[in-house]
Design a protein around this ligand. Structure first.
Ligand code: ZN
Ligand code: FE
Length: 255
């Protein structure tokens, strides 16, 4: 039975997730921007947090941890590479490690770029990946620590997951991401269709995440370096994909 995923809006535009294994009853909280909405979501489902997975060290993904642990004494997992600047870890993870939520086993992927040491975890049997600030809905995280080449490589790893994979990312930045995407690939019909869906969801106050990897592959400009329209917009018709990605990331930073 697949993991049950609950999206928990936190702070102004962050998302945490609950991932619950219905077979064993084990629940993992993915990122802890602030405790209260997560405590409320756990209570609403009658679940207790057994595990916490921290994707990266930024305050808006970890600062709620003490408040959560005060009520749910969970084991905390995060990147071994970030152990020196994350809260104390019970489970230190490196790319290629497995990370289990009850009966479901996930694979740890290094997705450095936004930060060095940012990890994603992919649960193939449930077709879900937690990407936080690496691959986002029609976007990707800003490059605070890594190089564009690193982020490009990280996103390419995620792009090879099965297209039906649910992408659980860390922020509600989708409307801004759509506006940017439309400036560089206005002729993409999948992008136009998704723009309308996103606008409707936000008008109704619904999150635009999780998204499907198939939708990201069809509309996310950071996964579409091969698009002739994006290449033309960047003035890079024949450049390697990583160079096009770098130009797209720089254009988004100026947007
Ligand atoms: Zn971040
Ligand atoms: Fe963040």
């Amino acid at each position: 039975m697949p993991l049950q995923i609950v999206t928990v809006p936190c702070l102004k535009d962050n998302y945490a997730y609950l991932a619950h294994d219905p077979v064993t009853g084990v629940t993992c909280v993915v990122d802890v921007p602030e405790p209260q909405p997560i405590l409320d979501a756990l209570a609403a489902h009658g679940w207790k947090a057994d595990l916490v997975l921290l994707t990266h060290h930024h305050w808006d993904h970890v600062d709620g941890l003490p408040g959560l642990l005060a009520e749910h004494p969970a084991k905390v997992a995060g990147a071994a590479a970030d152990a020196h600047r994350l809260p104390k870890l019970d489970i230190a993870l490196t790319e290629g490690d497995s990370f289990a939520i009850g009966a479901e086993t996930g694979a740890v992927i290094d997705v450095s770029g936004h930060t060095l040491g940012h990890i994603a975890v992919h649960f193939p049997a449930s077709a879900v990946v937690f990407t936080a600030d690496s691959l986002m809905a029609m976007g990707c995280g800003r490059l605070f620590e890594g190089t564009p080449a690193q982020m490009h490589e990280s996103l390419q790893k995620l792009a090879t997951l099965p297209p039906e994979t649910l992408v659980c990312s860390g922020h509600e930045y989708t409307e801004s991401n759509v506006r940017f995407a439309l400036t560089i690939e206005p002729g993409n019909p999948a992008l136009q269709a998704r723009a309308a869906k996103v606008a409707k969801a936000r008008t109704e106050g619904r999150p635009t995440v999780p998204s499907s990897l198939a939708d990201e592959l069809a509309t996310n400009p950071f996964l579409r370096a091969q698009s002739p329209e994006i290449r033309a917009a960047m003035g890079l018709p024949n450049a390697p994909d990583a160079v096009v990605f770098t130009a797209v990331r720089a254009a988004k930073d100026r947007f």
